[in-house]
Design a protein around this ligand. Structure first.
Ligand SMILES: C[S@@+](CC[C@H](N)C(=O)[O-])C[C@H]1O[C@@H](n2cnc3c(N)ncnc32)[C@H](O)[C@@H]1O
Length: 314
């Protein structure tokens, strides 16, 4: 979606804020600052005793926060991967005291809309795809060295790409003739290799999604962040996650089920005492929300969004 550069169009924004059930004097973590849409709304509901810790692995996001909230003493910003959420909470002195954690996953509109970041097949730019450009390997470098088998696995597992083998072979063939270092070059190779083009969706959509998930280790960092978020919460603290593809949502759903001792009990029955799970915390899933028709019509990025919320009960 084209946006004014620098703006992020949030999905399920008011639903996420409502799900956090904000207490004016509470402590909150926005683990995906982006352009501060959610952070701003959380701060609006906090009084002078409240605190907000905001995390983002993207240096541009943090620079935005430092500028936008320069005089905001209730906010602390951390340029970190949220897989280190526990360490950040510890450093901020709030471990086990947090009233709400928000994870609004995926990439921001400014990341997508900046061609040099390499996330978009519709704008030509360097094939980078890292949310944190100071660490890790860019997509261009990875595509230079990956084996055809490994590439096909990534396209199949993270992109659910039916033609994974064919596309992987085409990429490996194309790189012999020069490096695969621009988004347009990659999109073109995929387009040529893809036997089906339905004109609704660019044939490189799934390939770009898969490579991005791989490059940013999106599933393993999410898994780490879920456990650490639950651990950082105080009793009755809320964990709110907005995910944008089924792989993420499945992981969140499974995590909430694993640490929800009430999951198999009828909702109206009292909870038996001594009902424990292996984790050092107990979460209760409170439900999920999806965007309504108006949001879906206004923002195509909302298409696959799912918000899930859980509360720490012990
Ligand atoms: C969808 S945007 C969040 C938008 C934000 N809620 C707002 O209202 O502006 C996702 C943001 O999370 C960041 N992000 C994604 N994965 C991350 C991770 N593992 N660690 C830290 N930040 C991450 C991205 O860099 C991006 O800025």
């Amino acid at each position: 979606m084209t946006t004014e550069r620098g703006q992020h169009i949030a999905v399920l924004q008011s639903e996420a804020i409502a799900a956090l059930n904000i207490k004016p004097s509470g402590i909150y973590i926005d683990a995906t600052y982006g352009r501060g849409g959610h952070s701003g709304l959380i701060l609006n509901q906090l009084d002078s005793r409240g605190r907000l810790i905001a995390i983002d692995q993207d240096a541009e996001a943090i620079a935005d926060g430092e500028q936008r909230f320069a005089t905001e003493s209730r906010l602390s910003l951390y340029k970190r991967n949220f897989e280190a959420l526990g360490a950040v909470a510890s450093q901020a002195g709030v471990l086990g005291m947090v009233d709400g954690v928000l994870l609004d996953l995926g990439v921001s509109s400014p990341q997508l809309d900046t061609p040099e970041r390499g996330f978009s097949f519709s704008r030509d730019g360097a094939l980078d795809m890292r949310m944190d450009t100071e660490h890790g390997e860019s997509a261009a470098i990875w595509l230079q060295r990956v084996t055809e088998t490994e590439l096909a696995r990534v396209l199949r597992e993270y992109g659910d790409e039916r033609y994974a083998k064919r596309i992987a072979a085409a990429i490996v063939e194309a790189r012999k003739n020069g490096s695969m270092n621009s988004t347009a070059a990659l999109a073109d190779v995929v387009k040529q290799a893809h036997p089906r083009w339905d004109h609704q969706r660019h044939p490189a959509t799934k390939t770009f999604q898969a490579i991005r998930i791989h490059i940013n280790r999106e599933l393993s960092v999410l898994e780490a962040a879920l456990t650490q978020s639950a651990n950082a919460l105080t009793k009755n603290g809320r964990l709110v996650v907005i995910s944008f593809h089924s792989l993420e949502d499945r992981l969140v759903k499974r995590f909430f089920r694993t640490v929800d001792p009430y999951k198999d009990l009828p909702r109206h029955l009292p909870v038996p005492t001594g009902f424990q799970v292996a984790a050092s915390f107990t979460l209760k899933a409170l439900g999920k929300k999806m965007p309504g028709a108006a949001e879906l019509a206004a923002n195509p990025r909302a298409r696959s969004a799912v918000l899930r919320v859980a509360e720490r009960v012990a």
